[in-house]
Design a protein around this ligand. Structure first.
Ligand code: ATR
Length: 283
């Protein structure tokens, strides 16, 4: 990199924020590319978010990522909202424009599809129906990513069916809603299964779904990444289905954010993955 005239600053705002892996990831990429800058964890409560975001420009920050519980709050604050963020209903990246105004983005949908393509470079969105379990915030990002990629049929099911119905109404025809009790049957003829529920996460019960209807060539993705190998992925591997773990989504959503903050698009390499994987056992 040529001599910089400016020290680059960015960070992640949240409450709590110290659990975030983003500082480790972005600071690794900064060092790797020889960019003078820093990415900080910034503790911000919901009621202080507007003041904190409006201060970024004066402090010389390029922007920030947002984590729970600030992602939805930011929709009311930023000056412009990217269509993907509007569709997902949350902002995870705020970028300070030249004139100090704020742009809101969400790269979770991008991160999900990029992680699938990294694990399965020949993955095709039109290969067949996709079963999506869960209708929370993570499900919105996964649905947005699948629809943008061109999936024709999404079978959505959630323990609380009203939440799935609301998402189907928002996301339109590719999405059909099914009874949670029928989740195992839904797998018949599916090209892919995605878990967006919190089941299987450390401290939660494992995801309760029989896999025997799943075809051998179907792909199984879990957005849970603690543990990296959930009970769902372990069972899928045992029956020789291909699997994608949840860490890729976390790593890939950071790439476009880094480009906004620091000027280049970094790569998700085995070294980056190992760096973040090493932190997963600790929180
Ligand atoms: P996130 O933003 O991470 O998606 P969320 O909005 O709290 O978090 O959503 C969690 C998802 O996991 C929901 O789909 C939830 O189902 P409900 O809408 O019925 O609550 C699902 N989930 C959590 N615990 C579950 C359980 N024990 N059985 C079935 N689904 C569960």
């Amino acid at each position: 990199m040529p001599h910089q005239t400016k020290y680059f600053l960015a960070g992640v705002m949240g409450h709590p924020v110290m659990h975030s892996r983003s500082p480790k990831l972005h600071n690794y990429w900064l060092a790797l590319h020889g960019i003078e800058g820093h990415y900080a964890p910034i503790e911000v409560r919901r009621e202080a978010l507007e003041r904190a975001l409006r201060a970024l420009s004066s402090l010389g920050y390029s922007g920030v990522n947002l984590t729970i519980p600030l992602k939805e709050e930011a929709l009311k604050i930023v000056d412009r909202i990217d269509p993907a963020a509007r569709q997902i209903g949350a902002i995870n990246c705020v970028v300070v424009a030249e004139d100090g105004s704020l742009d809101g983005y969400n790269y979770d949908a991008f991160g999900f599809t990029a992680s699938i393509l990294e694990a399965e470079p020949h993955w095709r969105a039109d290969a067949g129906p996709v079963v999506v379990l869960g209708a929370g915030g993570a499900s919105r990002a996964v649905l947005a990513g699948l629809i943008k990629a061109g999936v024709h049929e999404i079978r959505l099911t959630n323990r609380t069916q009203e939440r799935a119905i609301a998402l189907a109404q928002e996301f339109g025809p590719p999405v059909s809603v099914h009874d949670w009790a029928d989740r195992a049957e839904l797998l018949a003829g599916a090209a892919m299964l995605v878990n967006t529920t919190s089941m299987g996460m450390t401290g939660q019960p494992p995801l309760d779904i029989a896999l025997d209807r799943l075809e051998a060539q179907a792909l199984v993705a879990d957005i849970v990444y603690v543990p990296l190998e959930t009970d769902l992925l372990r069972r899928a591997k045992l029956r020789r289905n291909r699997t994608v773990d949840g860490l890729g989504m976390l790593l890939h959503q950071a790439r476009p954010a880094f480009r906004h903050f620091f000027g280049l698009t970094p790569e998700v390499t085995p070294a980056v993955r190992a760096l973040i994987e090493a932190t997963l056992g600790t929180t």
